[in-house]
Design a protein around this ligand. Structure first.
Ligand code: BGC
Length: 715
């Protein structure tokens, strides 16, 4: 029995007013008031009693209706209400770069948020999304995505928080707290090891337990334990041969039993492959339909292959979270939203995420009084790079292109000449490409004729499709090389969702900016950084390699995999862990990012130089702004176990703080280290282990710019 009933419900597609904007330099942007969501689940509590009372009144058919979606036009995911029992509907939407329910705020890509290394901003980003989801009548947001960047070509890398599990966990936790503060359930995704788009529905991530625990699971673990996330999305891929949506080890052993997750696990859209295995192994809800969890599940209960207690557990998990979030008193409803506030949050995140990769001779920031002409060259300089494609794609209410913003900023005083390249991605189909030798000649002429050139390059990343390689697409490398040859004063601005190879021209480029996908205010954000209205403070959440083969995942067995298996043979050594281990110099290391000011580090101190395993340790350091501008520094703390009995990374990020300092100002920064900061996962004994011996503490401005070190010992 496949239900085909149509459900009538008014779909809402946003207000389409163009938001005007006021920039609030470094103020906290305020959101709608947080809603008080009880965090802890207490057995026998009022919520549990109410849920049990409802379940006792439910028919099997009603229970089955709760555990799968129904197609409803205008909705990404929908579970109908059961009015007889007062159970409201569930409305699910994407996530994670905006609310994909009609036009809305196109926030910067999550990778830009990660590049801000700013927990408070991550909470604002989440709260803004929660507020917009709620205003659009949506009560579950399919975000954040916390998969670790493993494959540089990965089509969804722009949706992630980068290559490091600690940074990802920290940003994700704050983001989820923000979303859920608005009474909207966050659905953290995609559990687990969902690291490539090639063969994404069938590939099996062959990954050992230690690597899973140390690299691919910590952000999910933090989402459950620290952010109390309401829902988890099971991934498309298999893990060690079993589909994520029917993987007992992932869903039952780890998520529910070990971490104590009391919310519900939902399959990615079309990622359910069975009825009995999925139901018995821990999946709570099938999306977007009831192919396996509809009539077939009902039948399986009747024949005893799935117990009614198992169904009750699923329904209990769903109802408990719905009740915890207040949905019974406050069903999904359309409400007002201030798109100006939303825009401010997006813009602040995008600005904080811009990474100044290179700035020789302090070419930046630009002084408008000393320029007569600027050449603006590049791919679609007259269109914004608001975001990537797939389920994270937004229809922005407005966009600001780099050309538009810069032209407006410089006014009549400065001549702006521009050349518009058309890269061959899908956008070009409606617009015949003007590429080749003639265009390069034109570009050179214009670049030569101006005081300064700004050259923009971009890529287009999307779900469902990995990039063919990590070169800049089309003739953009040639374009950049030509401009650099024509004008020594050239700034390269990158709008890419992840790493690209820069080796063809980077050594001759005096200034390079990584702006990611900044969302609807793309042009404004970049202009603010170019002209010094914003002092860049982003740091790379990814290692930029000199060559593709420098990356850990470089064989076909590893990616895309052979015979349907992707071998995670690099183990825990991905990203900077791999570059450190093999002593490879990247072009730009993990954690790298310059500022228009400078910072000095001093007085590294530990609360103790000897601790017993399990005892906390405090690390202190003083950071001073030694330049002439106000700026922010991300102080990074890395740890190395110097006497480990197993192979451990040379550096692992275990703390960071972003501090804003006026010129001459100093600040004492404190980091707390705990057991977990020092531990590795021991699969044989199924536990985290801190071994006695010496540990090194490294504090610095990037993973390859360590300013101070010290050691302590664990007895
Ligand atoms: C994606 C999810 C997304 C879902 C609903 C799937 O294809 O993998 O990330 O939330 O679609 O749009």
């Amino acid at each position: 029995m496949k239900k085909t009933k149509t459900i009538s419900r008014r779909a809402f597609f946003g207000q389409s007013s163009a938001a005007s904007l006021v920039v609030l330099a470094s103020q906290k942007v305020s959101q709608a008031k947080p809603i008080n969501v009880p965090r802890e689940q207490v057995a026998g509590s009022a919520i549990e009693q109410k849920v049990d009372a409802i379940i006792a009144r439910m028919t099997l058919e009603e229970k089955i209706q709760m555990v799968h979606g129904e197609r409803l036009t205008g909705f990404i995911g929908y579970v109908p209400a059961i009015p007889r029992l007062g159970i409201p509907e569930l409305t699910l939407t994407d996530g994670p770069a905006g609310i994909r329910h009609g036009p809305g705020t196109a926030f910067p890509a999550p990778v830009a948020l990660a590049a801000s290394w700013d927990r408070a901003l991550a909470e604002s980003y989440g709260a803004a999304m929660g507020a917009e989801a709620k205003a659009k009548g949506q009560n579950i947001l399919l975000a954040p995505m916390v998969n670790i960047v493993r494959v540089p070509e990965g089509g969804r890398n722009f949706e992630t928080f980068g290559e490091d599990p600690y940074l990802t966990a920290q940003i994700a936790t704050a983001d989820i707290k923000g979303i859920q503060s608005q009474g909207v359930i966050a659905e953290v995704k995609h559990y687990a090891a969902n690291n490539q788009e090639k063969q994404r529905l069938t590939v099996s991530a062959e990954v050992d337990e230690r690597t899973l625990r140390e690299i691919y699971l910590p952000a999910f673990e933090a989402a459950v334990k620290e952010a109390r996330v309401g829902s988890v999305m099971a991934a498309y891929n298999k893990v060690n041969g079993t589909h994520s949506s029917e993987n007992t080890h992932l869903l039952k052993d780890i998520l529910k039993n070990e971490w104590g997750f009391d919310g519900f696990a939902v399959s990615d859209w079309g990622a359910t492959h069975s009825t009995i295995a999925a139901a018995n192994n821990g999946l709570d809800m099938e999306m977007p339909t009831g192919e396996f969890f509809g009539a077939k599940l009902s039948e399986a209960v009747k024949t005893g292959q799935v117990s009614e207690a198992t169904i009750n557990d699923k329904v209990r998990r769903i109802l408990r979270i719905m009740m915890r979030f207040g949905f019974f008193d406050r069903p999904a409803a359309i409400g007002p939203i201030d798109y100006n506030v939303q825009a401010q949050v997006g813009r602040r995140v995008a600005e904080a995420g811009v990474v100044l990769l290179k700035n020789e001779g302090s070419l930046l920031p630009l002084d408008l009084n000393r320029l007569k002409s600027i050449a603006i060259i590049g791919a679609y300089v007259d269109r914004a790079t608001s975001g990537g494609g797939g389920s994270a794609r937004m229809s922005p209410l407005y966009t600001i292109s780099p050309l538009g913003a810069i032209t407006q900023r410089v006014g009549e005083r400065i001549a702006v000449k521009f050349v518009r390249f058309v890269p061959g991605n899908d956008l070009s189909k409606s617009d015949p490409a003007t590429t080749g030798a003639a265009l390069i000649a034109d570009t050179v002429k214009i670049a030569k004729s101006c005081d300064l050139a700004i050259v923009f390059a971009r890529d287009f990343e999307t779900e469902g499709d990995d990039r063919a390689n990590i070169d800049l697409p089309d003739e953009q490398d040639q374009m950049i090389t030509a401009v650099l040859g024509a004008n020594k004063r050239t700034i390269v601005v990158l709008n890419t969702g992840a790493i690209v190879l820069l080796n063809k021209w980077v050594d001759s480029a005096p200034a390079v900016i990584q702006a990611w996908y900044p969302g609807q205010d793309d042009g404004n954000v970049i202009a603010d950084v170019l002209f010094g209205v914003v002092n860049p403070s982003g740091k790379l959440p990814l290692t930029f390699p000199r060559a593709r083969q420098d990356v850990a995942v470089s064989s076909p067995e590893q990616y895309p995999g052979v015979s349907g298996k992707g071998q995670y043979s690099e183990g825990i050594f991905i990203g900077y862990r791999h570059f450190d281990k093999h002593k490879i110099d990247p072009i730009f290391p993990f954690g790298h990012g310059l500022s228009y000011t400078t910072f000095a580090y001093s007085n590294l101190k530990l609360s103790r130089t000897q601790i017993k395993a399990g005892e906390p340790l405090t690390v202190e350091v003083v950071v001073k702004n030694t330049g002439r501008r106000q700026g922010a520094e991300v102080v990074q703390l890395y740890i190395q176990d110097l006497e480990a009995s197993v192979e451990r990374p040379i550096k692992e990020l275990k703390g960071f703080e972003k501090v804003r300092l006026k010129p001459g100002q100093s600040q004492l920064i404190k980091f707390g280290l705990n057991d977990r900061s020092l531990a590795f996962y021991d699969p044989a004994h199924k536990r985290w282990v801190v071994e006695p011996g010496q540990f090194q503490v490294m504090v610095g401005s990037s993973s390859r710019d360590i300013r101070l070190t010290t050691t302590f010992s664990v007895t």
